[in-house]
Design a protein around this ligand. Structure first.
Ligand code: FES
Length: 98
């Protein structure tokens, strides 16, 4: 199965996202907490910047305007990596193991 390397800045965390796994789910599996709420591409709580790489979406119309998409905004709760990806997500936090 294909997987891609995801980097979250400014924290610098790196993890793999499997094909079919959203960036949000991959982050959570790696112990990186990205802000989220609806998890279906509607509320925009998870909005962050795609600095590098390509993504596709689970849904046809994620809650992004064309201008936002052009600017590189993405919604990781419904985004699937199509290449190695670098995200800018200043609100991301590392969830330390207990
Ligand atoms: S969590 Fe609501 S749009 Fe991503």
């Amino acid at each position: 199965m294909d997987s891609y390397l995801i980097t979250v800045r400014p924290g610098g965390w790196r993890f793999e996202a499997e094909a079919g796994q959203t960036l949000l789910a991959a982050a959570e599996a790696a112990g990186v907490n990205l802000p989220s709420s609806c998890r279906n591409g509607t509320c925009r709580t998870c909005l962050c910047r795609l600095v590098q790489g390509e993504v596709g979406y689970l849904i046809a119309w994620p809650g992004l305007s064309l201008d936002e998409k052009r600017a590189g905004d993405t919604l990781p709760c419904v985004a699937l990596a199509r290449s190695d990806v670098v995200l800018l997500a200043p609100s991301a936090r590392r969830v330390d193991a207990i």
